[in-house]
Design a protein. Structure first.
Length: 165
């Protein structure tokens, strides 16, 4: 009887320890991405949400931040991650002509799409995003990150006339 009680206590302690460890490491980012970004020599920071933030100096003299989600999603047996870059934030809903042009522009992109998301505080964020398989080659990941940053930066300049990120 004591052995059963001891086993139950041990299982509960292991479960609690695992949950605490998972919570502590939740915001540290996926180590697979860390290794891949390090191999590419890309400088990044990890946000409080565990996302990877990469700052790009673009060919046009501007700069832009791109992000990689720190968590992944499953599509059947394929694991995917999201890459995105913010073009800017509108105080309210973007004007109808802007939303329509983003929707039409989606068709012209090789990969990725425009999205609009309500900000936590206020306003609406316009960003360019794509989802790709986690097990993508280093050079392809680097190309797609730069592509996402370039597209978002072009729209930032067009819509907001600033170089915010």
């Amino acid at each position: 009887m004591q052995l059963k009680s001891l086993l139950v206590v041990l299982i509960v302690l292991i479960s609690i320890t695992s949950q605490v460890f998972a919570q502590e490491n939740k915001n540290k980012g996926d180590t697979r991405f860390i290794h891949q970004l390090d191999r590419l020599g890309l400088k990044y920071t990890i946000t409080d949400k565990g996302n990877f933030s990469l700052s790009y100096s673009l060919d046009n003299g501007r700069s832009q931040v791109a992000y990689i989600t720190g968590t992944t999603e499953k599509l059947d047996n394929m694991e995917v991650m999201e890459l995105w870059s913010r073009a800017g934030t509108f105080d309210g809903l973007p004007p109808q002509d802007v939303m329509q042009s983003l929707l039409v522009e989606n068709r012209t992109k090789q990969i990725g799409h425009w999205s609009i998301e309500q900000a936590k505080d206020s306003g609406y964020i316009v960003y360019f995003a794509t989802k790709i398989p986690v097990y993508i080659g280093d050079a392809d990941l680097n190309s797609i990150l730069r592509y996402v940053a370039d597209i978002a930066d072009q729209k930032e300049e067009e819509l907001f006339k600033i170089d915010d990120e």
